[in-house]
Design a binder for this molecule. Structure first.
Ligand code: IPM
Ligand code: MG
Length: 351
């Protein structure tokens, strides 16, 4: 079987972590006798530097014609500190999500047994953590009208959701819960926001057609607290674009390191796989970044886009084995510290 993959390394540590995921994919291809073809594209700050835009047309075309997309990271501090800049690296990923209609963002929060004592939370609180953040990815405050008043003295961002947008992501969440622990928690701010009240209305209605699923409703401030107090009570955490962004970072650190977590951004035609962390500019080129979030994103790609369940499992098991042996980058071990490349090699050998 042959598959083509658009590879978009992006900024900061992006190229380094992507190289390790590609290494693992090559090993899978070799062991299971597949052919993976990679086509590289520019995105984010790297694309601005060369072409002047964060999402070049060639990159978008590439993403449309390949079987799946593997993405590194995006962001460059030189733009963060320039609030007046018209071009920004983030326009690359946001533009892709919109252009490819990647409305479902899955962020599994899984803790590897050997990393339990790396969590900032007590072992008995984190040991059974296993939930998925289902984040809506194409609506809300990210894509509503934004701007400044004429005199520049006030600014606004608007959050808009349609029933159609909420309906399609909610079905994803309920179906997923059916394959897991049968519980959906809708996280919103329905005591304040009109969009949240629309979410509740739609979800209450949809919940009726999934009687075997328990549905829970929680305000986002409370959810931020419950993720710390009793994280193992969640199964599928359904939420909007902005709340999902914030809560998934919070949830990720309880697993030991932000560098561990993969994600899938799925549309009806294609899907993009990326670690949930950012471009970590300070570590660029140092061979210290944790490649596991990206490697596990490649594993999600095998399972979800190519139906390669066993192959995907093989990657998880290899990561688990290497962690159990005490190896890791410096964010997850003080014992056998490896560089990005060397950790990638270890995991490759373990497959
Ligand atoms: C994420 C990131 C992005 C987001 C940024 C880079 C625009 O934080 O994927 O979580 O806010 O969605
Ligand atoms: Mg984020």
């Amino acid at each position: 079987m042959k598959k083509t993959i658009a590879v978009l390394p992006g900024d900061g540590i992006g190229p380094e972590i992507i190289a390790e995921a590609v290494k693992i994919l090559n090993k899978i291809a070799q062991v299971y006798n597949y052919k993976f073809e990679y086509e590289y594209g520019l995105i984010g700050g790297a694309a601005i530097d060369k072409i002047g835009t964060a999402l070049p047309d060639e990159t978008l075309d590439l993403c449309k014609k390949t079987n799946a997309i593997l993405f590194g990271a995006i962001g460059d501090p030189k733009y963060d500190n320039d609030p007046l800049s018209k071009v920004r690296p983030e326009q690359g990923i946001l533009g892709l999500r919109l252009a490819l209609d990647l409305y479902t963002n899955l962020r599994p929060i899984h803790i590897f047994k050997s990393l339990i004592d790396k969590s900032p939370l007590k072992p008995e609180i984190v040991k059974d953590v296993d939930f998925v953040v289902v984040r809506e990815l194409t609506g809300g405050i990210y894509f509503g009208k934004k701007g400044r008043t004429k005199n520049g003295n006030s600014a606004y961002d608007t959050s808009v959701y349609t029933k159609k947008q909420v309906t399609r992501i909610s079905h994803v969440a309920f179906k997923l819960a059916g394959q897991r622990k049968s519980k959906v928690t809708l996280v919103d701010k329905a005591n304040v926001e009109e969009t949240s009240r629309l979410w509740r209305e739609v979800v209450q209605d949809i919940a009726k057609s999934y009687p075997q699923i328990e549905t829970e409703y929680m305000f986002v401030d409370n959810a931020a607290m419950q993720i710390i107090k009793r994280p193992s009570s969640f199964d599928v955490l359904l939420t909007d674009n902005m709340f999902g962004d914030i809560l998934s970072d919070e949830a990720s650190v309880i697993t030991g390191s932000l560098g561990m977590l993969p994600s899938a951004s799925i549309g009806d035609k294609t899907a993009l796989y990326e670690p949930i962390h950012g471009s970590y500019p300070k570590a660029t080129g140092l061979n210290t970044a944790n490649p596991i979030g990206t490697i596990l994103s490649a594993a999600m790609m095998l399972e979800r886009s190519f139906g390669m369940t066993e192959e995907s499992k093989a990657i998880y098991l290899a990561v688990e084995k290497v962690l159990e042996e005490g190896y890791g980058t410096k964010d997850i071990t003080t014992d056998k510290i490896l560089g990005t490349k060397e950790l990638g090699d270890k995991i490759t050998q373990a497959i």
